[in-house]
Write a protein that binds this ligand. Structure first.
Ligand SMILES: NC(=O)c1ccc[n+]([C@@H]2O[C@H](COP(=O)([O-])OP(=O)(O)OC[C@H]3O[C@@H](n4cnc5c(N)ncnc54)[C@H](OP(=O)(O)O)[C@@H]3O)[C@@H](O)[C@H]2O)c1
Length: 319
């Protein structure tokens, strides 16, 4: 009797693998609009989809990023300047998208642009710091999506949102996890609202990968910069030893956790865009699958205890 269980599990995996292999047809007629294509996942996805034959519309934050991407891609790829935190820029880019796709509509938007600075303990960052990151990572995602949603409905296409495992669990302070929890909520409500229109809404939740977002030098500088600007009473509560330990731990943990293979994430993005039966959620990275996601289902008192075990002690700690 017990033998049936592994057989059924194996059969289910084979069925899923078979079902998920099927790809959409006529990709040469399908437009995919990607934000944040200057570097990292977005840049790799733009080049990858371009090679596969999709019509990529690459939103680039800088002129340099745009030029370099164009040099590395085919003539099919169109680039457009885009600052997702600026509604005027989002509108202008949406006009370009509308003119390009015409009556066919837009097959997919991939909300990829994101930032991780400023990062640090929650009370080191002022409200402007929170607003600036939310403006890119959260309201940027919403603004870009709304700007092209009618075009996506026309094509019965897809919205692919790049959140993070830190949209499921929040082990550090600052606006990053706040923004990614927001993306998850937007993603989940949009998925239900768009289902009647035949639009699929898919979410990518990567673990740690080596890109600018996980650049330890930038994060170290962010910690130092935030600490130096703290009011004296807050600085005294933490003490300089706290800052040093935070920096040391950042280096150790990122060395252990960060994966260099960006294609693990890009492969999931490509599947979300091109599979006939995409998954609702993708969790690329061994740390996401084996550590962060299981942790996110644990009771709060266990996760808090785990995170506090090696969290540096502020000078005024009562623990
Ligand atoms: N790397 C990871 O471990 C990881 C894990 C989970 C989730 N993510 C998410 O994955 C997404 C892609 O990040 P990444 O890791 O590939 O890092 P990345 O290389 O820094 O890519 C982010 C991209 O967004 C662009 N960007 C920044 N501000 C923008 C703005 N206001 N408007 C438009 N574009 C803007 C950046 O342009 P510039 O390069 O010109 O600044 C860059 O091209 C982000 O949403 C990030 O939160 C990353």
């Amino acid at each position: 009797m017990l033998l049936y269980i592994p057989v059924l599990v194996a059969a289910w995996f084979i069925y899923r693998w078979y079902k998920e292999r099927e790809r959409v047809s006529n990709i040469e007629d399908k437009y995919v609009y990607i934000t944040g294509c200057d570097s990292g996942f977005g840049n790799n996805l733009a080049k990858h989809l371009d090679k596969l034959g999709f019509r990529v519309i690459a939103g680039c934050y800088t002129e340099k990023g745009e030029d370099e991407l164009k040099k590395a891609s085919s003539k099919r790829l169109t680039s457009v300047p885009l600052d997702v935190s600026n509604s005027e820029s989002v509108k202008k880019a949406a006009d370009v998208v509308k003119n390009l796709v015409g009556e066919k509509g837009l097959w997919a938007v991939v909300n990829n642009a994101g930032v991780a600075i400023p990062s640090g303990p929650s009370d080191w960052i002022d409200i402007e710091g929170y607003k600036s990151m939310l403006g890119v990572n959260l309201t940027g995602v919403i603004d870009v999506t709304l700007s092209v949603l009618q075009l996506i409905k026309k094509a019965k296409g897809r919205v692919v949102n790049v959140a993070s495992v830190f949209g499921r669990i929040s082990p550090f302070g600052g606006p990053y996890c706040v923004s990614k929890y927001g993306v998850e909520a937007f993603n989940d409500s949009l998925r239900v609202n768009m289902a009647p229109f035949g639009v699929k809404v898919l979410c990518i939740e990567p673990g740690f990968f080596k890109t600018t977002v996980t650049n330890t030098e930038l994060l170290r500088n962010s910690f130092r910069n935030l600490f130096s600007k703290l009011p004296q009473d807050v600085k005294d509560d933490y003490g300089p030893e706290f800052l040093q330990k935070l920096i040391d731990q950042l280096d150790q943990k990122f060395r252990l956790l960060t994966d260099n293979d960006l294609m693990k994430v890009v492969g999931c993005m490509e599947h979300a865009v091109s599979a006939v039966h995409p998954r609702f959620r993708y969790s690329p990275g061994w740390d996401a699958k084996l550590f962060w996601l299981p942790m996110s289902y644990m009771p709060t008192y266990i996760t808090d205890k785990c995170f506090l075990i090696d969290y540096p002690k502020p000078r005024a700690s009562v623990l």
